[in-house]
Ligand binder design. Structure first.
Ligand code: PLP
Length: 390
């Protein structure tokens, strides 16, 4: 077999790499008849297809987007990004930005330039699997800090720092966390930035879901203007993930190192994709109007899932997410990983909490996505889940 003959040629890093449990699972979740609450895909029905086609025709019609480009990204796109962050309260210039091939690439590039084997890296427990995969390639020591309904429990991190913990970075999804859906409270944001300044680590703030808020007020920006905060953003959940356009905002020394690393990885993010995104986002008011159409739609999906759970699986415990795509559920007494094969047989898929665990035992948790199953089918998905649980 190919693996046995070629395995000796694989690098230590490749041999150490673990495939994502979610990705492995998704193969079965895509079977006909399965209502999938697994996976993190945005709703394809909400992609602005006509507008993307129109923008692509416009840029290609002008002969743009086909030549090699700058590694740090399209200059006009970076100007727009800088203005947007500045408007949101975090003063930013184009020189603070590198456009990345999705925020996933930003995680990989940060790992390359920041993490040596054995370095301490703090993540939430539970944690987004893709971030752990990217960070794991440098073989750090992972320290998982508990995440509760108000996000990362920063006081616990503070205690560990007082006890001598010296992380290089703390990775956090402060808005509608994946998998918990939690929003990091204003107080904890403030405290986390204080700790970063005091102890000299970086906060990697990954925010794919922040625009998708369905109720309540937006939380304040994390450490506006602080050079301890590296901000990762993406168009994956608001426009379309296939564009593979994201960006990183950070201090000059880091942006320079990341740009050099990116040269070796892919020279630059697709110029066609960047031109299409630039064309769309620089149309006055277009992006905000588009996001305003997404909010009620996803909010309705969330409401349908919450209502179905309250009605059909009342023993399950969860906090209603105020945005994003995920609902983090505890089903007391269950073992999600054990029931998953039965659930797939019954036609419902979810991601067992254990897939996101760092140190904690999260066997009785599951992550449900309300993004892709039609809201009319969500009650049936929950009925199937309840049946399997019982
Ligand atoms: C928290 C988080 N970060 C990063 C990503 C990757 O996004 P992108 O498509 O921008 O690479 C995802 C995708 O699901 C995510 O949930």
């Amino acid at each position: 077999m190919a693996t046995s003959t070629s395995a000796p040629l694989l690098s230590r890093q490749a041999l150490n790499a673990e495939s994502s449990a979610i990705r492995d699972l998704l193969r079965h979740a895509g079977r006909p008849g399965v209502l999938s609450l697994a996976g993190g895909l945005p709703a394809a029905a909400r992609f602005p297809v006509a507008e993307i086609a129109d923008a692509a025709a416009a840029v290609l019609g002008r002969g743009e987007g086909l030549q090699y480009g700058l590694t740090e990204g399209d200059a006009q796109l970076r100007e727009w990004i800088a203005a947007r962050h500045t408007d949101q309260g975090s003063p930013t210039t184009p020189a603070d930005i590198v456009v990345t091939t999705g925020s996933q690439q930003a995680l990989d590039l940060l790992t390359r330039v920041l993490v040596d084997p054995g370095d301490t890296v703090v993540v939430g427990d539970p944690c987004y699997v893709g971030a752990r995969q990217a960070l794991a390639s440098a073989q750090p020591e992972f320290v998982g800090v508990r995440v509760d309904h108000h996000g990362l429990v920063v006081d616990e991190l503070g205690e560990q720092l007082s006890g001598g913990l010296r992380p290089k970075l703390v990775y956090v999804v402060a808005n509608f966390d994946n998998p918990t859906g939690a929003v990091l409270s204003a107080e904890r944001r403030h405290r986390l930035v204080e700790l970063a300044e005091q102890h000299g680590f970086l906060i990697v703030e990954d925010d794919p879901y922040g625009a998708l808020r369905y109720q309540g007020e937006a939380a304040p920006e994390m450490g506006p203007g602080s050079d301890r905060v590296v901000r990762l953003r993406t168009v994956s959940k608001t426009l379309a993930p296939g564009l593979r356009v994201g960006w990183m905002v950070g201090p000059p020394w880091l942006i320079e190192a990341v740009t050099i690393a990116k040269q070796a990885v892919d020279l630059h993010t697709s110029t066609v994709s960047q031109a299409v995104v630039r064309e769309l986002v620089t149309r006055p008011g277009w992006l905000d109007t588009h996001i305003e159409t997404l909010r009620p739609w996803y909010g309705n999906q969330r409401d349908a899932l919450v209502a179905a759970l309250r009605e059909t699986l009342p023993e399950a415990e969860f906090a209603e997410p105020q945005g994003g795509m995920f609902l983090w559920l505890r089903i007391p007494g269950s073992n999600a990983q054990e029931i998953l094969p039965v659930a797939l047989e019954r036609g419902v898929a979810f991601v067992p909490g254990a897939a996101f665990a760092v140190h904690r035992d999260l066997a009785d948790h599951v992550r449900l996505s309300f993004a892709t199953v039609d809201s009319a089918d969500l009650p049936e998905a929950v009925r199937r889940l309840a049946h399997v649980v019982r």
